[in-house]
Structure formats: C-alpha cells, structure tokens
Design a protein around this ligand. Structure first.
Ligand code: FES
Ligand SMILES: [Fe+2]
Length: 355
C-alpha cells in the first residue's frame, strides 16, 4: 500500500501556466504505487489484437499495470479477461504467451479453470470436506475491442471503452479502414525511463527537427496541428513533404497507449508503455497493416520506425537521468508546441489528486 502523496496545492495552477510535473514524480516508487492504484487499476489499457483471440479456445497473456492478465475466447464465443493469478496460492496460471486450449491449468498444483474463469477441477478436492469449486473462479476483468485492438480494464465497474476512445477512430482512419487492418508484427523495447517520460516524448514533435533528422526530411514538422480538445486523447498531425501518403497523425490515448497512423494506404502503429518500476518501462510496439502486406512493406515500416524509436529511447533515458539528478524541480513547456504534453500531465495530476 502506498503512503499518502504530498501534492503542492499550487501544482494545478503552475501546470495550467505551462510548468511541467515535478521531477520527483518520475523517479519515486511511492508515486508509481499511487499511479498503479489510481490509474492502472482503473483504466482501459491496450493488450493486443483480435487475431490473438479469433478462434474458440484461443488465449493470450499480457500485463495491465502490474497485473498479469489472460484473455480468452471462451466456448460461448465471448471475449473475456481475467487476472492470470491462481485462486489457490497465487501463482500465474498460464506461463505461455498464447495458445488454444479447452481449459487453463495452473502449472503449480494443477487447478484447472474453464475459459469462462470458473474452476473446473482441483486435484484431491474430494478429500477436503468443505471445498466448493463452484464458489471459485479467476478474477474477472473488463475486456472490450476497438477496431482490431483489444483493451482490458481491471475495474469491473469501469465506463465503456468507447467513452474514452470517443471520436479518435474517425480522426485516425476512414470508417471500417481500421477494422480491416491486421497486426502483422510486434517488437518490444526496454527503456531506462519512467513510463510518463515515454508518453510525453511521444506527445510532441518539438524535438523532431533536432533529434530525428531522417523523420524531419520525410514530414514537415513545422506544419504541425495539435488538438487537445478531447478529454482522454490528444492528436497532432504533420503533412508529408513529398510522398504518396496523405499525412501522419500521432495520438496519445489515456493513459499509456500511443498510436501513429499514415493514410492511403492506411497503416497504424499501436504502442503501449508499461511501467516496470519508477525508472524503467517496457514498450510494446505493434504494426497494424493491410492484410497481405508484402514482406517489403513490413520491413520498410519496421526499419524506419526502429530508427526513430532508438533515437527516442536515447532521449527518454537522458531525461530520466536529468530527473533523477534533482538538478531540475519542474521543467517548463514550450507552448503551444507542447500542449499535448500538458494535456497528458493534467490528466496524471487529476488522477493522482482525486480523493
Ligand atoms: S497455485 Fe495454482 S494450483 Fe496451486
Ligand atoms: Fe521522437
């Protein structure tokens, strides 16, 4: 359990005026404990794509905040999510990343669960007079889809996912185009940076002319339209300088999903920053491309994105060292170019300061 977080009563006002969140919020394990309770245990988080749970019996595992989760396509055809934590003594039930099974059997003592989470069998349960397997099931979480993507929320009473995504689908792609994409590749990056630094870096292209020379030759980073009018997401767009593509849109979806979309033909990258500890993050990087995209198209996408991603990792890790030094108390944002960063930081502040 986290200890109470002391928040400067003037913080809301200074954020509004363009100051950044306090440096210690990026390297304090107590702040991360609060974020887990108030953000990651209560919000919709990206876990994967529909192709991972297309057939009856399909399952795959993921992590939401610090909760191991398993997503199943149960016999009734329903997409379900559970804490991948055995009700016996707390082991993770399945260790594999994915598969197709009729049941999920815990690898420790063999308790076996149906794909709807109910306990089907436990070895030697007949020797325990008061054991009622009908009273035991995996902890159910909320699961929902958005286009071809799957999101999970640990809070069973959470508002529907579409209250969070709102009109974002329409601003990324023409209707039905997002649904038609397939996730064709996943890369995972480990970063020595707090998860918020990863999201904030994604939320602005103020750094692009200096830090991404190749990207800046492709997109016109001076023509930069930011939209922070939505409650739970912000977007910015840049036109391509000379290309067959129409434009590039970046979107940051509360709390930890990041999307980039090019149009004609539509290709979307979905990224998700998962906190490992206050100073480290795991970033999932999924490529959604038209079904049947050639190996060449996939390779070009991956090579270019990996180059930009490695430049970004160096930036984020450098910011983390600066935050940890305590030589800076609060940064100052360059408005309006960093309005997306402010939008995100105000949401963090709101969630951590709510009683
Ligand atoms: S912890 Fe799962 S069967 Fe014992
Ligand atoms: Fe960048």
């Amino acid at each position: 359990m986290s200890t109470k977080l002391a928040i400067d009563p003037r913080l809301a006002e200074t954020l509004e005026a363009g100051a950044a969140l306090p440096a210690e919020w990026y390297c304090d394990s107590n702040v991360l404990a609060h974020e887990k309770e108030r953000i990651f245990h209560r919000s919709w988080q990206y876990v994967g794509h529909l192709g991972q749970a297309a057939q009856l019996g399909d399952f795959f595992t993921s992590t939401v905040g610090d909760i191991p989760v398993v997503i199943t396509r149960s016999e009734d055809g329903k997409l379900r999510a559970f804490a991948n934590v055995c009700r016996h003594r707390g082991s993770e039930v399945v260790l594999e990343c994915s598969g197709n099974r009729k049941t999920l059997q815990c690898h420790y003592h063999g308790w076996t669960y149906n794909l709807d989470g109910s306990l089907r069998a436990a070895p030697h349960a007949d020797e325990h007079p008061s054991f009622r397997k009908s009273e035991i099931s995996l902890l159910a979480l909320s699961a929902a889809t958005w286009g071809p993507t799957i999101f999970v929320n640990p809070d069973p009473g959470a508002p529907p996912l579409d209250e969070i995504t709102g009109t974002l689908g329409k601003s990324l792609a023409d209707e039905n185009a997002f649904e038609s994409l397939r996730m064709l590749r996943r890369d995972i990056y480990q970063e020595a940076a707090n998860w918020k630094i990863v999201i904030e870096n994604f939320n602005e292209c103020y750094h692009c002319p200096i830090a991404h020379p190749k990207l800046s030759r492709v997109i016109d980073v001076d023509e930069y339209a930011i939209d922070t009018s939505n409650e739970f997401f912000s977007t910015y767009r840049s036109p391509f300088r000379e290309s067959r593509y129409r434009g590039l849109t970046y979107a940051s979806l509360w709390p930890n999903a990041m999307l980039s979309a090019v149009s004609d033909p539509l290709m979307i990258q979905v990224m998700c920053a998962i906190p490992v500890d206050s100073d480290h993050s795991k970033v999932i990087f999924d490529y959604y491309l038209p079904d049947g995209a050639s190996a060449d198209v996939i390779r070009q996408n991956v090579e270019f994105s990996d180059l930009v991603q490695r430049e970004d990792i160096a930036l984020c890790e450098s910011v983390q060292r600066g935050m940890r030094s305590r030589a800076i108390h609060q940064g100052r944002l360059m408005m309006p170019r960093e309005r997306g960063v402010q939008h995100f930081q105000k949401l963090v502040y709101r969630h951590l300061s709510e009683s």
